[in-house]
Design a protein around this ligand. Structure first.
Ligand code: 13P
Length: 254
């Protein structure tokens, strides 16, 4: 099996001011400096990305955004382009988080446009997919994940497919404390890898697939031990430096 580098990403969502972001980074850095197996990413609000990037320069932490617009520039009030993110030295971007799909009308078709734009700007897309509770209960999980993955990746150039990071985040597990069982999480991540393999078998071996949804220091090791789970996209537990440091340690040990 390919040795994929573990990927531990904190998604701060709409939390932290610039001062709080710096405070967090200064508390985190000494706790995670002893290893560097896992990639460590902080997905900050637009207003604190510069603070995160300045505070983490020269460290193992990559600064990331939580969204971007697909156009290069233009009359899109309130939006931010990939080029603007690159200008801040941002290296990755969350695309298609379920909160954006649910509250901000993000669609599979928009994501189909956003992924190639991110890659063309050297931003690593952290592409999120996942079913709702109603979809799982109606036995639609496989169909939903297949649709989201196939449409979202449809226009990614073949030679860049391996650079996409995909996060499986079952909507019912986000912020609820209801973590998916390792079996459910592994099955979904394995399905996602098979879907990528249908496009390109080599890329499927390289693509990192993350689990997200109530991942915490006490359940991370078991999730990260699954063959198709290469990391985590962490919300609540990424807001506390001591907790996030433990998650990074779990990634380093995976
Ligand atoms: P929680 O870890 O708070 O459940 O959030 C998961 C998530 O949505 C990360 O993007």
């Amino acid at each position: 099996m390919a040795d994929r580098r573990p990927y531990i990403a904190g998604n701060w969502k709409m939390n932290k001011t610039g001062f709080e972001a710096e405070d967090f980074v200064f508390a985190l850095l000494p706790q995670i400096s002893g290893a560097d197996r896992a990639e460590v990413v902080i997905c900050a609000p637009f207003t604190t990305i510069a603070n995160v990037i300045d505070a983490t320069r020269g460290s193992r932490i990559k600064g990331a955004a939580q969204n971007m617009h697909e156009a290069e520039s233009g009359a899109f009030t309130g939006e931010i382009s990939a080029g603007m993110l690159r200008d801040l030295d941002v290296r990755a971007v969350v695309l298609g988080h379920s909160e954006r799909r649910q509250y901000f009308a993000e669609t599979d078709e928009t994501l189909r446009e956003k992924l190639p734009v991110a890659l063309a700007n050297d931003l690593e897309p952290i592409f999120c997919v996942g079913e709702t509770e109603a979809e799982r209960e109606a036995n639609e999980t496989e169909a939903v994940l297949t649709r989201q993955v196939e449409i979202g990746l449809a226009d990614v150039p073949a030679d860049r497919l391996g650079n996409v990071v995909i996060a499986y985040e079952p909507v019912w597990a986000i912020g609820t404390g209801k973590v998916a069982t390792t079996e459910i999480a592994q099955q979904a991540c394995a399905l996602i890898r098979r879907l990528v393999a249908k496009i390109d078998a080599d890329a499927a071996e390289r693509v990192r697939i993350l689990y997200g949804g109530s991942m915490k220091p006490d359940n991370a090791a078991e999730l990260l031990a699954q063959p198709d789970i290469d990391g985590g996209l962490i919300g609540g537990a990424s807001l506390v430096a001591d907790d996030f440091a433990k998650l990074v340690a779990a990634g380093d040990a995976a």
